[in-house]
Design a protein around this ligand. Structure first.
Ligand code: AMP
Length: 114
């Protein structure tokens, strides 16, 4: 938990968030500025700043996040039509919020690159 981190504060209900899924390791909520009809953010409960900060111990967590993404794709009815998972890593990757998160985008044809 980082007191400065807006995603940690959403997890802890200190800030509002439209949470659509949670379990003991992962939380998912709607992006506040959606770039597609379905735009969710899937994040670990544990504060990990970027994908570059994960260790071998996080291998199962990363797999779990992708499994949750697939479950949510079904729940939000984009599993058959298709969807995109995006991780922006670090400054040059375009990351703005430094709590590891994966975007799930779908519900319309997406451009070749997000
Ligand atoms: P990134 O550029 O990968 O770091 O993306 C951060 C994402 O977080 C952006 O798509 C923002 O719209 C989203 N975001 C920022 N603040 C909030 C918030 N309070 N609730 C939901 N999504 C947010």
């Amino acid at each position: 938990m980082s007191d400065e981190c807006i995603f940690c504060r959403i997890i802890n209900r200190e800030l509002p968030g439209d949470i659509v899924y949670e379990d003991d390791r992962v939380v998912a909520f709607r992006d506040i500025n959606p770039q597609a009809p379905v735009h969710l953010l899937i994040i670990p409960r544990r504060h990990i700043p970027t994908l570059a900060d994960v260790s071998d111990d996080d291998t199962e967590l990363l797999g779990h996040i992708l499994q949750v993404a697939n479950v949510l794709a079904g729940k939000f009815d984009v599993k058959k039509s298709g969807y995109r998972i995006v991780n922006n890593c670090g400054a040059d990757g375009g990351q703005v919020v430094f709590h590891l998160h994966f975007h799930l985008l779908g519900g319309a044809p997406l451009g070749r690159f997000a």
